[in-house]
Design a protein around this ligand. Structure first.
Ligand code: NAD
Ligand code: WQD
Length: 337
């Protein structure tokens, strides 16, 4: 069995990827400091797959503790580095926390990979590296723009750190995955997103409002230069996203060298209002909302050209939106129990 280390594996995308990896026959070692997650998600992974991932509660910024885990699992064939803080607004208020956590963590992962000769890394990047794109959809060739938040900067800089490190190390290969907007949960309802406090993101805000935890959804702006005036995003099912990590790893294990970069989205944009309506159609629940002012820093519209991942990785996001929204709702209901 090939072993994979996943940092941040107790988190939202990491736990779904742990399921996909285990179901694809990999042995999974999770490193997580549980700063934004709980071991319950790994219990969920075990209930879905029948196998509990190995788990080390370690902070990626602690190099000595990271070395100890990597030494114990130096037979790993790759690392998927999810561990990061991701709240855009918080990163504006506490930039050094974000730079230290996200960049020291990455540097320590790369240091340990080099010391223990682990050859392949998959990095969680983000559509945020494209800033406000002038041409849609965005391809991997679309020029990157200065990110609008310290969080976004950690992804732009993180990509550069990886490119420079691969260029200097013939034995190291990397895949940079630029996620668009991941939503939904595992169809079992056993794992999903666990936002801390009031959600910043649209999908958990919709499900919490549907559940009555929040009185009303605030829709940020209806006067954008888009077909219906609402912001447009590319919402990708988290299970499809998880499968892309398996495909990216296999691509490197099959011999791809150097750095590869892929957009991970559906290739289709939905407006905020289209998503609210699709949620009602999928679940039968009407979410109360009010239109408020635009949110500072929001990109009016962005969606992916994900055809490169289709051609090279043979990966497509094919879960219908209605299933994704139903899984998000099932998870919301289960997570209250
Ligand atoms: P998440 O917060 O659910 O998962 C991140 C995990 O990393 C958490 O379990 C957290 O406890 C852990 N972690 C954070 N800092 C750590 C550290 N220093 N040491 C060890 N563990 C640490 O977030 P997610 O949505 O699953 O995001 C996973 C990755 O994908 C992140 O890198 C994020 O920036 C990136 N990403 C997320 C989105 C999104 O919308 N969810 C979009 C694009 C990119
Ligand atoms: C989506 C749309 C909002 C909440 C963020 C990060 C990005 C990436 C994904 C990590 C926007 C609108 C939202 C609400 C609303 N993360 N909205 N009411 O902003 O596209 O991306 O998460 O890399 O870096 O910036 O996602 O879910 O916050 O917003 O109207 O209560 O929903 O204005 O149009 P976003 P989001």
């Amino acid at each position: 069995m090939q072993k994979i280390i996943i940092t941040g594996g107790a988190g939202y995308i990491g736990s779904h990827t742990a399921v996909a990896l285990q179901q694809a026959g990999f042995q999974v070692v999770v490193i997580d400091n549980l700063s934004n997650s709980s071991v319950l998600s790994l219990d969920g992974v075990a209930r879905i797959t029948g196998t509990h991932p190995l788990f080390a509660q370690v902070d990626c910024t602690d190099l000595e503790s990271m070395r100890a885990v990597f030494e114990q699992h130096s037979d790993s064939v790759g690392v998927i580095h999810f561990a990061a803080l991701k709240a855009v607004g918080e990163s504006v208020e506490q930039p050094l926390l974000y730079y230290r956590n996200n960049l020291d963590g990455l540097i320590n992962v790369l240091t340990c990979m080099s010391e223990f000769k682990i050859p392949n890394i998959v990095f969680s990047s983000s559509a945020t590296v494209y800033g406000v794109p002038s041409v849609l959809p965005v391809t991997e060739e679309t020029p990157l723009q200065p990110a609008t938040s310290p969080y976004g900067q950690t992804k732009v800089i993180g990509e550069s750190i990886i490119r420079d490190t691969v260029a200097a190390n013939a034995g190291l290969n990397a895949t940079l995955l630029r996620y668009f907007n991941p939503i939904g949960a595992h169809p079992s309802g056993l794992i999903g997103e666990r936002p801390n406090g009031v959600p910043n993101n649209l999908m958990p805000y919709i499900t919490q409002t549907a559940a009555g935890i929040r009185p009303i959804l605030r829709v940020f702006g209806n006067d954008y230069d888009t077909p219906d005036g609402y912001c447009v995003r590319d919402y990708i099912d988290v299970n499809d996203l998880a499968m892309a990590h398996v495909a990216a790893l296999r691509h490197m294990l099959d011999g791809a060298t150097g750095v590869s970069t892929f957009n991970l989205g559906t290739g289709r944009g939905y407006s905020v209002m289209e998503l609210i309506n699709a949620f009602r159609d999928a679940t039968g629940v009407d979410v109360p909302y009010e239109i408020v002012a635009r949110r500072a820093g929001d990109v009016p519209a962005i969606w992916a050209d994900a055809s490169l991942a289709g051609r090279v990785l043979n990966w497509h996001a094919d879960t219908p939106l209605s299933e994704t929204l139903s899984s998000a709702w099932l998870w919301q209901q289960n997570s209250e129990k």
